[in-house]
Design a protein around this ligand. Sequence first.
Ligand SMILES: [Ca+2]
Ligand SMILES: [Ca+2]
Length: 65
Amino acid sequence: MDSNKDGVLSSKEWGNGVAKHKDVIAKFFGGATIEEIGRQFARIDADSNKELSWDEMLKAAGIEA
Ligand SMILES: [Ca+2]
Ligand SMILES: [Ca+2]
């Protein structure tokens, strides 16, 4: 999902990932439709810097880093 390999997911990378891995992402983060899953971005982005770090994703998935 991290296309530019900078260690964080931009909203664009997230969107591409959701389109490709909808089922896996829905399992970890919830949401039934692409739109709903896409909206998880704002919830996962705890510090609201418009990028998802690995830490933020683990916490949102209920796995403490
Ligand atoms: Ca990236
Ligand atoms: Ca963030």
